[in-house]
Design a protein around this ligand. Structure first.
Ligand SMILES: C[S@@+](CC[C@H](N)C(=O)[O-])C[C@H]1O[C@@H](n2cnc3c(N)ncnc32)[C@H](O)[C@@H]1O
Length: 298
């Protein structure tokens, strides 16, 4: 998303936000985006959102009213909806973006899970809202570093953005992006060639990752139970109701003994059902201590 477009305040007040542009008000667009993606824009951002909507409608040759009628029908015009949302979301990310979470994973969570692997089989880790893949690959690097785990894991990365998932699957990053990869994990990067300052994620790591387009608000079809779920810097853009909904969904996918780590300041108002708040290496997380009725291992 072009954040600058939204960060510019055009001084839209609540009243102005509800002012009609013919019959399709900014509030209607706000509600539509909130309902379908969980994203809640501030009043000051609404005129930026409307600029994007108007541009997109005009480029497609529709009035804003027709465009709204098209996009407000669930299941129809999916690619146009994706194109619009793509311009409204923030993909900012980096490798090892919140180091304390990865330290907690390395020092406490992985040893705990692998020792208690009562169910056997491999561990499943999930980067929910993985953007262009750096968080998922960081999880995979930490898991590969755990020698006792012997590479017996899969990292799943999901995001609402098809573009972001394509970049993640490609696994190719520039010099600035890979600068935050820890020295011990640089071995998972292969320089593309001698002249281009780009790096590919090695096959060894890539083989242990799966990326999929999925919407955290739509409860897209997930059958796997996850031992570790990272959901960082996603819920900050959601409304409180959408946060509660998304966290309940994440909790419902957590395996017995599994950990859910949200980003700093992203705690839900209510404790997710069935999860216990824990502090791991100074990082606040949630753990499932009682079994769900059904669990599917990948
Ligand atoms: C700021 S990035 C955070 C990426 C990564 N988790 C991190 O912490 O670096 C937020 C990501 O959440 C994704 N996102 C926003 N709404 C979503 C939704 N409803 N379902 C799934 N992903 C969503 C966006 O597409 C974006 O890639």
């Amino acid at each position: 998303m072009d954040k600058s477009a939204l960060d510019i305040s055009f001084g839209v007040s609540g009243a102005e936000a509800g002012r009609g542009e013919n019959d399709v008000t900014p509030q209607l667009w706000y509600d539509l985006i909130l309902r379908r993606c969980g994203l809640a824009f501030r009043n000051a951002q609404l005129s930026g959102v409307m600029n994007v909507v108007r541009e997109q409608a005009k480029a497609r040759g529709f009035s804003i009213e027709v465009y709204y009628q098209m996009l407000s029908k669930p299941g129809e015009h999916a690619s146009e909806w994706e194109a619009l949302v793509e311009r409204l979301i923030n993909h900012e990310t980096s490798f090892f973006r919140h180091p304390p979470s990865f330290d907690a994973l390395q020092r406490h969570i992985l040893p705990d899970l692998r020792d208690a692997r009562l169910r056997g089989g491999k561990l499943n880790l999930w980067s929910a809202g993985c953007s262009t893949g750096q968080e998922a690959y960081s999880l995979a690097m930490v898991a590969m570093d755990d020698e006792a785990l012997k590479g017996d894991f899969t990292v799943w990365g999901t995001d609402i953005s098809r573009y972001a998932i394509e970049v993640a699957r490609r696994g190719r990053y520039g010099r600035r992006a890979v600068a935050s990869v820890r020295p011990e994990d640089q071995r998972f990067l292969r320089p593309l060639n001698a002249v281009t300052p780009e790096y590919d994620i090695t096959d060894e790591l890539r083989q242990r990752t799966r990326f999929m387009v999925a919407n955290l608000v739509a409860n897209d079809n997930f059958s796997v139970s996850y031992d570790v779920i990272f959901c960082h810097n996603v819920l900050i853009y959601f409304s409180p109701v959408a946060v509660t909904h998304a966290v309940a969904f994440l909790a419902s996918r957590l395996a017995l003994g599994g950990y859910l780590l949200l980003g700093p300041g992203e705690a839900p108002n209510e404790r997710p059902l069935g999860l216990v708040p824990v502090t791991v290496n100074g990082v606040r997380a949630f753990q499932r201590r009682s079994a769900r009725s059904t669990e599917v291992r990948a």
